[in-house]
Design a protein around this ligand. Sequence first.
Ligand code: FAD
Ligand code: NAG
Ligand code: NAG
Ligand code: NAG
Length: 572
Amino acid sequence: MGSIERFWYILLLCLTLFIGTFAEFIPGSYLTLPKCIEATETTATYPNDPGWKNAKVGERIRFQRKPLVVTYPINTTQVQWLVQCANSFKVKPVPRNGGHSNIGSSSKDNSLVIDLSYMDSVVINVVTQTAVVGGGIRLGPLYIELDKAGFTIISATCPTVGLSGAISSGGFGLQSRKYGVSGDFVLEAEVVTANGSILIANAESYPDLFWALRGGGGGKFGIVTQWKLKIIPIWPKFTVFNIDYSYVGFQEVLLLFWNWAYSSIEDLSVAFVFSNKEIKIHGHFLGGQKDLHNLLDPVGLFKVANAKPKKHEDCTHLGSRAYFLDKDKTCDKSYLLNVGNFPFGPNYGEDPSLKTAEITQVTEGVLAGYAAALKQQREVVKTKSMFFAKELSVENITTIIERAKAMPDGAYAELTTYGGILETQLTDLTAFPFRNGVAYHILLEVPLSGNDITDGPALNFITSWEEALRPLSNGGSYVGYEDEDLENPESFYFGKNLDKIKGVESKYDPNNILDAGQIAPPLTDERCPFVVGGDPPGRRSACIGTNDNLHIYLTYLLIITLILLNILSASH
Ligand SMILES: Cc1cc2nc3c(=O)[nH]c(=O)nc-3n(C[C@H](O)[C@H](O)[C@H](O)COP(=O)(O)OP(=O)(O)OC[C@H]3O[C@@H](n4cnc5c(N)ncnc54)[C@H](O)[C@@H]3O)c2cc1C
Ligand SMILES: *[C@@H]1O[C@H](CO)[C@@H](O)[C@H](O)[C@H]1NC(C)=O
Ligand SMILES: *[C@@H]1O[C@H](CO)[C@@H](O)[C@H](O)[C@H]1NC(C)=O
Ligand SMILES: *[C@@H]1O[C@H](CO)[C@@H](O)[C@H](O)[C@H]1NC(C)=O
């Protein structure tokens, strides 16, 4: 071998070793997105695969998004590589945890969905009262795992909601009036950023990111693969209760409730639920029945409007969480929290006949020692969220009641009480802005069929609700209940925190790779045309788009060819 050839040979060898050592994964070296994904060794489901219809959407199926592929990583490296693949092929990476986004934000059109369901580990340190948990865990399994060690955390009631989605929204739940929202329990987050790096965000490192991850909205600042959380010991004493009233007492009960609840003591979590037929109160109190009576008797809420109260002070902690899920309002159905990794019934969004298919038990990821929950029926619903700042006049309460009586069947609203510790906290404590000055939140939920014509009256009702109640509200809406009707939705979701959130977003995702806005517009990717009459109809061709880093791919091939040539010539 001549000295010039030897020079080239050594240079190329060094180059290859360099690339191999410092870039263990080179997305540019794969010709297609599926090849790139395959190289990450991540399980992936594509449009022609069995199970696609269930993989492509989450719990809310009103919007049937069309991602290109759904992936199921099991560790942070895989998430990182998947983001790198997505970047290399100019496809949006979209994280999914519980899949509860109202408008399909966790499964956007033409995206690479990164479903973190398998990243659901929980490691508890009872001494420091902290837990390190995977970014893909759902709340039911988290409550069960923490309960085993005698701990809990504050978050949403619904066991299939994802912890990451809840923290990204804020995360309001039982005893938020005493302890704050889920985001307030976060000590640290491991984040895969839009450019495919890994960061640890906490109060000292990347504090602006750490601030924004807690309530600034999901899937915008990075993909959280792991959370370090503060946990709290299970309450030694509590009472759960439920009071049914006769409907004629609507105005009396709502007035009493509205004027009293948000200024009541922080040990009380209490909500007023109403529909066109029913009104009731349910709550969770850190104390016994007697103390609860001392609290509510002066208000009259155990007596007025033919009140029928039910109280339990002997529930287990998990039983009390299940109480709020159980139609019969008992405390012995802890298994309702045992929802596993894949808890949803069939996706009937495009095939209504599946709606009546038998709902089976959850199997995958069910925790041992508890019976399994039934799969949760997915939902075609629309919600409206509004926060309220102050006491309302009788006239204003009447406005709410008039709208309630006009609700379509199956619709309901839940008025949750804020105040307590939240009242003492500044709006910018974290990105979640609904703290001091916020008295109540009202969530309206209306079931739909998915057919815009038959849904017409219900959709009109929702519009009338917005028009009648928005002027009474403080102007805010919860990002956890995204609403595609809002104009400039982010100003509703984040209020005074919006500018800071936008700043963090443009710092950590300058090219807007992660967040394509509230409704992801379909990408117009000419290299990847729609197949007319495909299966499912309108899906894109297998979408073997060329690698945007084609030059890297070609260079890589060239290097390898040259090395082989050199080796061949050297052996002569
Ligand atoms: C039936 C129901 C009950 C609810 N009850 C409550 C309640 O009691 N209290 C409350 O506060 N909220 C409640 N919510 C709202 C809920 O907290 C939010 O909708 C939340 O965003 C859902 O999170 P998810 O992980 O299930 O959803 P997903 O759809 O998976 O995610 C929501 C958003 O977060 C992003 N995201 C997901 N995982 C990650 C990650 N690892 N890193 C970064 N971004 C990520 C997604 O891309 C998406 O934008 C409820 C919602 C429903 C549908
Ligand atoms: C992540 O998972 C993949 C697939 O099983 C495995 O090859 C890889 O070693 C794992 N990486 C880490 C850092 O655990
Ligand atoms: C709310 O109450 C105030 C005081 O009674 C009244 O001026 C206002 O018009 C009411 N608004 C609505 C929308 O009912
Ligand atoms: C990737 O983004 C992070 C966060 O914005 C940044 O700190 C890092 O320098 C970026 N890395 C590269 C290679 O650009």
